[in-house]
Write a protein that binds this ligand. Sequence first.
Ligand SMILES: Nc1ncnc2c1ncn2[C@@H]1O[C@H](COP(=O)(O)OP(=O)(O)OP(=O)(O)O)[C@@H](O)[C@H]1O
Ligand SMILES: [Mg+2]
Length: 388
Amino acid sequence: MARTTGTYELSTVAGESIEAFIPHPLPPKNPPIDLGGELQPLLARASESVRLLELAGDLVPSVEWFVYAFVRKEAVLSAQIEGTQATLMDLLEVEGSGEAPVDTDVEEVCGYVDALNFAWDHLGRADGLPLSMRLLSEAHARLLSGARGAQKQPGEVRRSQNWIGGTRPGNAALVPPPPHRLGELLSDFERAIHDESHLPPLVRVGLLHVQFETLHPYLDGNGRLGRLLITLLLRHWGLLTRPLLYLSLFLKMHRQEYYRRLGAVREEGDWEGWLAFFLEGVATVAEEAVATARRLHVIVGENRNRLLAREDTTVFSLRLFELLPEHPILTVNRVMEILDCSRPAAGKAVRVLEATRIVRPKGERKKNRIVVFDDYLAPLRQGTELGA
Ligand SMILES: Nc1ncnc2c1ncn2[C@@H]1O[C@H](COP(=O)(O)OP(=O)(O)OP(=O)(O)O)[C@@H](O)[C@H]1O
Ligand SMILES: [Mg+2]
């Protein structure tokens, strides 16, 4: 492939002179992206599966459940790519206790949930910020709001030269643009989001993700924010009206290929190879999300029927059941809060759900017991346990 995707400029970092990469503005030119050949069926399959996922979101009675779980699953997986050792269970347990996280790994995942909710909310509001560097920077501030992110200039575009991979600049996998070029390059980046284009939106999402990683606008968190950008762009172009598509599991499972493909765009101009990988990922992940949504729907329905069939079912136990998908792990104290009821009523509601085998106790503690909505969490936990 004869295409070049950028130029090089001499930059200095840690006393070393290095060639920093300056990507050309999107879309790729000379030649333009070839959407025929291998990409055609992949694009068709990815578009269709995203469409089905959007419909699956329409069909379920309470989409908040799914969104709640999917957002948290994504947060955990995205942070695990970075090496964060928190599982979905850790996150839910902290949230279920209603206490502030003490573990920095869990805190980091909470930052991701916060960043996603924040940006998603803006895109849905008439007076919200448009999808822009300003919005991304505000999301970044939330993403890195924990103890670990504090030294990494949360919310600010970097002012120093950095490099990715390798032990020193000289053997880095990528040396992104020097900071004085970022202003202009990030304006180009925003323009690529908002300009008219004849390219299909899913393809543009794939291009923009790579461009974001190549520019590496922040000192840290570029991977997580770039994955969040994928979700935001799907909303921006109206492909998904709920945050249900997440690539992190796919990228975590294919991390080596992911990095290699990113590098090949820069070094060989291979945008098509990246797009094939990306669209395959979108299709796989969307198909899995549809399957998970269906399974959760069936599980909730079956559990509800068992509960309704019992004679000792109380109003509080029914209300608690309906809230469980948003609180799949909780303590009796938390039950009192969300149902706004007395301790005996909360205790009884929990006991009924336990007797119905909807929740089970976690751990040994007798006071302020923790219970878990197991059936519901099982399909969601897939891939989020460490080592998975
Ligand atoms: N060779 C490469 N070329 C371009 N981008 C790369 C390359 N290798 C890694 N990256 C990108 O850089 C990201 C890591 O950057 P950074 O540490 O700022 O982000 P993070 O969110 O803290 O980490 P992570 O993505 O590991 O969770 C990777 O996720 C990937 O998207
Ligand atoms: Mg990092």
